[in-house]
Ligand binder design. Sequence first.
Ligand code: AMP
Ligand code: MG
Length: 492
Amino acid sequence: MTFHFPFDNSYAALPETFFARVAPTPVPAPRLIKLNRPLAAQLGLDADWLASPEGAAVLAGAQLPDGAASIAMAYAGHQFGQFVPQLGDGRAILLGEVIDKDGVRRDIQLKGSGRTPFSRMGDGRAGLGPVLREYIVSEAMAALGVPTTRSLAAVLTGEQVIRDPIQPGAVLTRVASSHIRVGTFQFFAARGDRDAVQALADHVIARHYPEAAQAEAPYLALLEGVIARQAELIARWMMLGFIHGVMNTDNCSIAGETIDYGPCAFMDRFDPKTVYSSIDQMGRYAYGNQPPIALWNLTRLAECLVPLLAADDDKGVEIAQTALGGFAEHFNSAYLARLAAKLGLSTVQADDPQLCQDFMAAMARGRADFTLAFRRLSDAAADPSDLCAVQALFADPAGFDEWAVRWQQRIAAEPLKSVDRQAAMRAVNPVYIPRNHLVEAVIRAAVDRDDFAPFDELLAVTANPFRELPEFERYAQPPQPHEEVLQTFCGT
Ligand code: AMP
Ligand code: MG
């Protein structure tokens, strides 16, 4: 076999306790559903070869490419607050790492590629529905400018998987800056393996936080770096109405990317208490809880790093607490800066935070559609008569009107011309997000009727989220009452 992946594997050179060496389980009939050609090019891969039967066999895990590391990574994690000392890649295999066109090291992983020593009771497989959901939402997030894992390909395996409902098996090829999670640190910390925690921290610094290596206290700089990236990430989620759904520590990326798209969804009508995930009965991972949960997860990371922060544990805890104290400031400033930009404010005035918060509060009271409210406000930035269309989204129009008067006064004090303000707002307020009812319709067509045309179209629409096109009008609309999806399932 010729060498089709320019692998440059570093994780597989770490101690053997970090992973299990295991090959994907062959599947009977690989069939390519989708190949992300621009991403393949970015990774320096030959897209035409990947789309060939030989390439599809590799993407389905039926054949191992030359030079692959082929490992399942070990990790632990807190799931809904409960610590599980061993999770690990139960249905994923890291093929290896490549250096992309920008010089960035990226993992290439098969998800749904068969059992591993970490599979516990699972079958090691993924269903077509969840694979399509992850593909659509991760690619939409990338187009929206949110740090995220990417989707390189989706293939059918030719097998059925036992889920509710029984459905075709599929494999997603996932690309990530790395698959190292808070739970990866927890795996070693829980075993009291200080050397392993340190080796992992050194690997992460070299790979994701090279500036920390130069700092006076590199492990503190690492912790601060992860805190800053997570704060920025969650602020971006909040500003899109995105709900991850399962923010367990094993689904919290050290590189600061959105990872492990399960029962995730974008909100339609705004309510901070919204939960979609069928397994989140307590609302732990509700929209409004995401910032404090991120801090909770980072606190678990900090606990793992305490022995590296100081010779004495009490001192280490004190240092960690100070670093964690920085989360709120990072988050609040990222959140407010994004919210101000979404509302068309390019300068800063003393009352802006209040004006921003009051818009969120008015949206919550009025149960306004999150995405449309910001988008229509962008339209109204150039033409005040468009304010009616924003107001129409609010269940209590008076609440919006009161706010809109203040907003108009405030933007009158802005230096930008109104058309420029409108353009700036449209560039940060998407018109197309993969709304839950659209994702569900795509999955139904694919799973029930082997029809992938709706999947292709939704991908095409959400690839350009900020540019409105008349022919895609229906993709901008909230669900009709009968289309509303109230729960999402991980389907694992
Ligand atoms: P997730 O809910 O996908 O974040 O996965 C949580 C844990 O369960 C991870 O250790 C996964 O590898 C494992 N897991 C999830 N689904 C399966 C499956 N079908 N077979 C084996 N392990 C699985
Ligand atoms: Mg996970």
